[in-house]
Design a protein around this ligand. Structure first.
Ligand SMILES: Cc1ncc(COP(=O)(O)O)c(C=O)c1O
Length: 476
């Protein structure tokens, strides 16, 4: 649905209040009222929640001026079930009145209950749980455990990945924007990311997504040339850059900060085999892809038909409450048990009560199914925009882990420059939609909303995205 505002009017079409922003911008007031100057602007879906300043409610955020935004970035894929979800908030309030903290020296019911509940979401033998306070801390712990268990030191990750910002995990991370010029990454080697859109190889059947790349494919059915080439690159890394025995291979099921990058369907399965042949552990970083976000499965690794030796998670685990976890096997845990592991806040009662409620809420609200349905719809519709606009190079992802890679033109696949990305991004924000940016060159829009968005929200976003692309093309 669209509203046409008079080109002379700078009044809010619903409330009659004056808009104070300058330039050709539009924004939404608390009730969703739309202020606009001179454009056809899609109307925001209604919301009857009455906000205070700087409030969040489910998929909505309000700024200090009371403007409402559809949040499609969820604090970087972190608000899994919705801002201040009433059930999760109630669970937090209840626990806050009972017990805030003891450390995991004492076994308290929320810790116990949560670990059992989380373990039930994993296949055997992934049944031992360590709780941390963040994703970086979880990955730090996984690095340590892998080195202790294998007696090896070297760890391999993909270029373009983000696995954390601590001095240790900065070595896993392979994106210049997040690297500091200090000694880091001792024992960490980055290998080519099997990116079937931007990488040297890729075609129109490679990935597990409702939308394939625009690249051509001449592979016979059941065979993926791109996969063979990328596996060849991994083998070359083994032959040239690490010792014959390694400690671990870390990979996200879908690269998050890298821009929802997906690999050929069988890549991880083959890579895991090669890593294990060299004594290494396979670690799935599910910080962004876990908790139903990919729609088809609860964990991203399940979509690759593999069982990792360790799974790390954070972000969506607590719907925005600081928390992380490492899940591993009893055998690996036994190697780690030779020393004393202590973490003051890991397993905090309030965090456990919240995380437990998040698991229940995902189930009760059908969040994984929403991810599948709304995410598939979004990607299918975004693919139509890709066909319409020369500057959309690729649409990809699974469920509500979506990337839209922007290019100067489809033939060159050169990244759309940062200024152009910012223009579109800001225009969308001004029209009431928050999305993220990612990719090594900041060239990919990232859509990873709370898993409570509706088809109506999806249509609103699609209309706003179309509008901001149209505006950009007109200005160009
Ligand atoms: C895939 C992945 N792993 C690890 C991390 C680090 O998590 P945290 O910021 O909680 O330390 C992030 C953060 O963005 C991430 O996206």
């Amino acid at each position: 649905m669209f509203k046409l505002a008079s080109s002379l009017s700078v009044r809010c079409v619903l409330t009659g209040k004056s808009c104070s922003r300058s330039g050709s911008v539009q924004f939404h007031l608390a009730g969703g009222a739309l202020c606009q100057k001179s454009h056809l602007v899609p109307e925001m879906p209604p919301c009857d929640f009455k906000p205070e300043e700087y409030t969040g409610h489910m998929q909505w955020l309000w700024d200090v001026d009371g403007r409402r935004y559809l949040d499609l970035f969820a604090g970087v894929a972190t608000v899994s079930v919705g801002h201040c979800h009433p059930k999760v908030t109630a669970a937090a309030e209840k626990q806050l009145r009972r017990l805030w903290h003891t450390t995991n020296i004492y076994v308290h019911p929320p810790l116990h209950e949560y670990c059992e509940k989380l373990a039930s979401y994993f296949p055997d033998p992934l049944k031992v749980i360590y709780l941390t306070n963040s994703g970086s801390e979880a990955n730090d712990l996984a690095m340590l455990m892998a080195r202790l268990h294998t007696g090896n030191f070297d760890i391999i990750t993909f270029r373009g990945s983000y696995h954390g910002g601590s001095p240790q995990t900065m070595g896993l991370t392979s994106n210049a924007a997040y690297k500091y010029p200090i000694a880091n990454g001792l024992g960490c080697t980055n290998t080519m990311c099997p990116d079937v859109f931007r990488g040297p190889w890729g075609g129109s059947h490679c990935r597990d997504s409702p939308v394939q790349t625009i690249r051509e494919c001449s592979c016979a059915q059941g065979h993926c040339m791109a996969n063979d080439q990328y596996i060849g690159q991994l083998k070359e890394t083994f032959d040239t850059s690490v010792p014959s025995r390694i400690a671990a291979f870390f990979a996200e099921p879908i690269q998050g900060v890298g821009g929802a990058v997906q690999y050929p369907k069988t890549y991880l399965k083959e890579a895991y085999k090669l890593v294990r042949e060299r004594g290494g552990l396979c670690i799935a970083d599910e910080v962004q892809t876990g908790f139903g976000r990919t729609g088809s499965h609860f964990w991203g690794f399940q979509g690759h038909d593999v069982i990792p030796d360790m799974v790390t998670m954070a972000k969506g685990i607590g719907n925005g409450y600081p928390m992380g976890a490492v899940v591993t096997t009893p055998e690996i845990a036994a190697s780690f048990a030779k020393g004393v592991h202590f973490n003051t806040f890991g397993g905090n009662p309030v965090a456990c009560a919240i995380a437990s409620s998040v698991l229940d809420t995902i189930k009760e609200d059908g969040a994984q199914q929403i991810s599948l349905n709304v995410g598939t719809y979004l990607m299918t519709e975004l693919a139509k925009l890709r066909d319409k606009y020369e500057i959309i190079g690729d649409v990809r992802g699974k469920g509500l882990q979506i990337g839209v890679e922007m290019v100067k033109d489809k033939a060159s696949r050169h990244p759309l420059p940062p200024e152009a990305m910012s223009e579109i991004f800001e225009d969308m924000k001004d029209m009431g939609v928050l999305i993220g940016k990612g990719g090594v060159y900041g060239q990919t829009f990232r859509i990873k909303p709370p898993m409570c968005i509706t088809m109506e929200d999806a249509d609103f976003f699609l209309a706003i995205f179309n509008k901001s692309l149209h505006n950009y093309m007109e200005r160009r």
